[in-house]
Design a protein around this ligand. Structure first.
Ligand code: PMP
Length: 360
């Protein structure tokens, strides 16, 4: 036993947790570090929250999140039996790992991807293998065509922003009919192609999405999975062995309104995509390098500017971006969430000043 350890500590399940992006206090900061949406949720969301009947909070919410589950099913054009709701897509993913990855062979995911995947695998004791992305941060489909316990792919991938072509993704899914393949589509609304059309063809395909990014509801915590009824039933059995009432009444009301206002959704997503392209051009002009992003962030590096110093420089000026310490290959990169036009102007101005000081 380690010195200084309490007697009871030996039986503690010890884990290395996921490190979420910093949430600095105050509204004055320019927060480009956790891929939140810079625009508020659809106006109907605010109204719904204002009109909440507090008396109803005495009662538990619907255990399946109705009527939100039906609203999401309508949005996706599937029956509600194909939809599973969770407290953010993090909860959906955590429950999906627990439900579907119960074999002895390792599950596969890229070495550079959402850094929660290995945390869940460690937590549950699921064997896993990280498959290196190629030097252009691309997933090589050949690397995944081998026996395994399951596959998890974020598409577009995070934090790279790079999309894997649907044909290649389908080859991976086709090669693994004996295990569940999870496609994490957290960022799919920002210009990528969803694998949803493949759902009828593959009963082992589970798609996970979130309301945190394109629908501006990160603070509400709402995510969902789409899959065939059997997958959803297994997932629900695990959820109901864990916590019956995961989606609270306020989230149900807000979520329904966010689904209803498609026009607002399209308008804000378009605005973010346009700003991503504009910011990309300006960063390119400053010598930054990055691969084409299909998300609401850019993953950038620079051949001569010191990235860690730039990160600190921006932070001191209240501009928060994300810098990952592992794996080592991505240490020279910054992940920059696309904010409003004004926020990106401020960012570019600060980077120009930093670059000027470094050249001088
Ligand atoms: N998947 C990916 C790839 C993400 O980047 C995130 C956001 N951190 C999530 C899932 C989880 O998002 P949320 O729990 O807010 O739905």
């Amino acid at each position: 036993m380690d010195k200084g350890m309490c007697l009871w500590e030996e039986n503690v399940r010890k884990v290395t947790p996921y490190t979420p992006g910093e949430q600095p206090a105050g509204k004055r900061n320019i927060k480009l570090n956790t891929n939140e949406n810079p625009y508020p949720p659809a106006p109907g969301v605010e109204q719904a929250l204002k009109n909440i009947d507090a008396d109803l909070l005495r009662r538990y919410p619907d255990p399946n999140g109705e009527p939100l589950r039906s609203a999401i099913a309508g949005l996706c054009g599937v029956s509600k039996e194909k939809i599973f709701l969770g407290v953010g897509s993090d909860e959906v993913l955590a429950l999906a790992f627990l439900t579907f990855f119960n074999g002895e062979k390792p599950i596969l995911f890229p070495d550079i991807t959402y850094s929660f995947y290995d945390v869940w695998a460690e937590l549950y004791g699921i064997p896993y293998e990280r498959i290196p992305l190629d030097p252009d941060f691309r997933i090589r489909k050949e690397d995944y065509c081998k026996p395994c316990g399951g596959i998890v792919l974020a598409n577009p991938n995070a934090p790279t922003g790079v999309e894997l072509a649907q044909e290649e993704l389908e080859e991976i899914i086709e090669a693994h009919k004996d295990v569940v393949v999870i496609v994490d589509e957290a960022y799919v609304d920002f210009g990528a192609r969803s694998v949803q059309p493949l759902l009828d063809k593959y009963d082992q395909l589970l798609i996970v999405r979130t309301f945190s990014k394109s629908r501006s509801l990160a603070g509400m915590r709402l995510g969902y999975a789409i899959g065939n009824e059997k997958l959803i039933k297994y997932l629900s059995d695990i959820k109901f062995s864990f916590n019956s009432y995961t989606i609270n009444r306020a989230t149900i009301l807000a979520g329904v309104e966010a689904c209803r206002d498609q026009e607002y959704f399209e308008k804000t997503v378009d605005r973010i995509i346009r700003e991503r392209e504009r910011t990309g051009e300006r960063l390119q002009n400053l010598g930054f390098e990055f691969f084409k992003s299909k998300t609401n962030f850019l993953f950038v590096t620079h051949p001569s500017l010191p990235i860690t110093e730039l990160f600190d420089y921006l932070r001191e000026r209240g501009i928060f971006v994300r810098h990952f310490q592992k794996p080592e290959r991505i240490v020279p990169y910054l992940r920059i969430t696309i904010g409003t036009e004004e926020e990106m102007d401020e960012l570019i101005k600060a980077i120009e000043t930093f670059a000027g000081e470094h050249r001088a």
